[in-house]
Design a protein around this ligand. Sequence first.
Ligand SMILES: [Zn+2]
Length: 159
Amino acid sequence: MSSTRRSGPAYAYASASASAASTPEVTLTLRYTHALGVLSPYFEGLAAGRALASICTACGRTWFPPRPGCCSRAGAVQWTALTGAGRIVAGTGGGGTLPFGGGPAGEGLALIALDGADNLALGWVDGFGGEPPEGARVRLVACGRHPPHPAQAVHYVPE
Ligand SMILES: [Zn+2]
């Protein structure tokens, strides 16, 4: 047998209750690290309240969230900064949490077309008192706290 420790997800079987044999309650806690890789500039930008997109050097399409390669011709991409302003395409109200252990939830969740981007971003929206209205102008802002994952570092507010 090898005693080599492998990296990867570590988990703890935190609690298990057999209060009812047919419906045991189980709580699992996962803790692991992963590299952000080629998308590191994007996540670092989010933490600073900046919208970094990738732009294809072949077709000029701009992606936010960024793509490491363009889907149309698999062309190379470069980083470009967007203003962070955009328009709500569709929104929904209600609370909830994002994956990765909770994090900052907003008043609503919306698909947002950032100015200059060819795709849509999914993000939490605050400041409308409920469901984000379709067509409303918003801007990306940093949450100002350290979320469980850098993907949760921003939300959108009325412009
Ligand atoms: Zn392209």
